[in-house]
Design a protein around this ligand. Sequence first.
Ligand SMILES: Nc1ncnc2c1ncn2[C@@H]1O[C@H](COP(=O)(O)OP(=O)(O)O)[C@@H](O)[C@H]1O
Ligand SMILES: [Mg+2]
Length: 336
Amino acid sequence: MITIENVNKVYETKTSRVVGVDDVSLEIKKGEIYGIVGYSGAGKSTLLRCMNILERPTSGKIFIDEVDLLSLSNKELRKARQSIGMIFQGFFLTSSKTVFDNVAFALKAAGVPKSERKDRVLELLDLVGLGDKANQYPAKLSGGQKQRVSIARALANNPKVLLCDEATSALDPSTTKSILALLKKINKEFGITIVIITHEMEVVKEICDKCAVMQDGQVIEQGSSYEIFANPTKPLTKQFIQTVLNFELPEQLLESCQGTLVQLQFRGSIAGDPVVSDVLQKFPVQGNILHGKVEYIKDTPLGIFIMELLGDQQDVNNAIDYLQQRLKQVEVIQHA
Ligand SMILES: Nc1ncnc2c1ncn2[C@@H]1O[C@H](COP(=O)(O)OP(=O)(O)O)[C@@H](O)[C@H]1O
Ligand SMILES: [Mg+2]
């Protein structure tokens, strides 16, 4: 659906040369919700703006539905952009226009006749839950409502792709949840491919099927969100995952702990897999669960538990080997 091939973007002035995007290749499939994560300055916005050629890559190629966007004339590109909606952290609504007119303007710009605009705008406002706000001005709306208007506007011309640049970063956590739920619904009902840029791993956890992590203009890690959460390989990715799966044990608990501490990872539902009771039956060791949590990565559970194992060291080691065979991801975090 969206193919990014060896894209580079260099900002060059007489006195400086800044690499915004450094040789990025990504494949985003139709109907996916794809997250791009990274700290400020990593190149996320630049990459997103390259996807609809708001920013012309210095080199590389961008295909949407197999159309090479860089080969299009300006007129063809304007047309192609109608199938790529975009929303931003700052909403960019026109304050002198009502909610209705903000959305209608996108239809007007695309040449939709006036007679057809009204029904379509009302349909879009209903979709985003603002059916009763058509005649309000943006200043009267909350941040979440403003983002809903900008989503309605972005969807006006039935895009195939929706690009979101930090769309929830200015919103409080509960409003963020409701906007993410709306994006999920749009993705499901209309099959729109969504690309979401964010510095919040929570957003990826909530709705992204896949994600890429960016640092210094490069994609350093990419894959299914679940795999990235379960098995991050790069230090930066681990840092981001930590913000969601924070597993620090209190210092005094670590100090008072006599046994070997192991961190166990359960993929999928743990209900059907009595591995903890099995290990305690098979080996003469004692086990205490000290800490644990189950996170849902886009609806699939990922459980992490910290267990203290007590007993003869050889038995404890055998128990850990057994756990490793059963669970794959078992890590000793403190020796006895
Ligand atoms: N128009 C521009 N001119 C010069 N440098 C830019 C421009 N836009 C972005 N940059 C630089 O490119 C790098 C990536 O920026 P950006 O894509 O905005 O990162 P992010 O969205 O991840 O915060 C940064 O170093 C930034 O300063
Ligand atoms: Mg940005």
